[in-house]
Design a protein around this ligand. Structure first.
Ligand code: NAP
Length: 245
């Protein structure tokens, strides 16, 4: 049987990199998207190829409609199919609402929300034709509960949940599943610069009393992408140590 094909957006580092590693090591042919960190993306590719994986890297800014189209079409051209799309690329531009610049709102929406739309839209056509596919959106607990200083980010992450549910409804009869993952506090570059007092406060709100790892998220992606999850669609699943329940 041919390998299944997966795209991971924002796979050059952090959670996206861990997802890329997990899927490649699980036997998927992988398309690893990056925006600016070509060296890191190449390093991931070489590392996974050394383990026997098939990995292509594609530069694309997912917030740009045509870039996203090029990324999805690459899967079709190179492998003839697309089985799994993981919308992981994301940014933050935090500020309290009265201080938040219009630009900070627009940029976060453009990457996190519009970027996810762009990729899902183009992937939907491919998956509808092949009558199968899985889409997984990396949302956030912030999209469920809000957060001080993150009105833009919360809006984008709540938005990707709404889009996922609509895609699950549109795609069900075509054999397409869509789900979202809501990570809590995961140790990556995105969270490493938070002040110590903020980290301590967050820890108090986590029943499991620890921060998560990128691999914790990747493990759930692997499950949701697989046939073990064949009856699961339209769901938001938290990986947050019990932070939101
Ligand atoms: P990260 O370490 O900052 O990595 C972000 C990745 O997204 C990078 O690979 C970056 O690519 C890519 N990216 C950014 N803008 C892009 C664009 N326009 N087009 C394509 N790629 C783009 O972040 P992370 O912590 O791993 O977060 C990954 C995802 O999980 C995000 O959606 C984030 O919102 C979500 N999340 C994270 C946490 C957490 O605690 N860390 C919690 C909840 C949700 P380049 O480096 O190549 O530019």
């Amino acid at each position: 049987m041919e390998n299944k094909v997966a795209i991971v957006t924002g796979g050059s580092r952090g959670i996206g990199r861990a997802i890329a590693e997990k899927l490649s090591e699980s036997g998927y042919d992988l398309i690893l998207n990056y925006r600016s960190r070509e060296e890191e993306a190449l390093a991931v590719k070489e590392m996974l190829e050394a383990k026997g994986g098939v990995v292509e890297i594609v530069q694309a800014d997912v917030s740009q409609f045509d870039d996203a189209k090029k990324l999805i079409q690459f899967a079709k051209k190179r492998f003839g199919r697309l089985d799994v799309l993981v919308n992981n690329a994301g940014i933050t531009k935090d500020a309290l609402l009265p201080l938040m610049k219009e630009d900070a709102f627009d940029q976060v929406i453009e990457v996190n929300l519009k970027g996810t739309f762009n990729c899902m839209k183009h992937a939907m056509r491919v998956m509808m034709k092949q009558k199968s596919g899985v889409m997984i959106n990396i949302s956030s607990v912030v999209g469920l509960m809000g957060n001080i200083g993150q009105t833009n980010y919360a809006a984008s992450k709540a938005g990707v949940i709404g889009m996922m549910k609509s895609v699950a409804k549109e795609g069900g009869s075509f054999g397409i599943r869509a789900n979202a993952i809501a990570p809590g506090f995961i140790k990556t570059a995105m969270t490493e610069n938070l002040p110590e007092n903020v980290r301590e406060e967050m820890l108090k709100a986590i029943p499991l009393k620890d921060f998560g790892t990128a691999e914790d998220v990747a493990n759930l992606v692997k499950f949701l992408a697989s046939d073990d999850a064949k009856y699961i669609t339209g769901q938001v699943i938290n990986v947050d140590g019990g932070m939101v329940m």
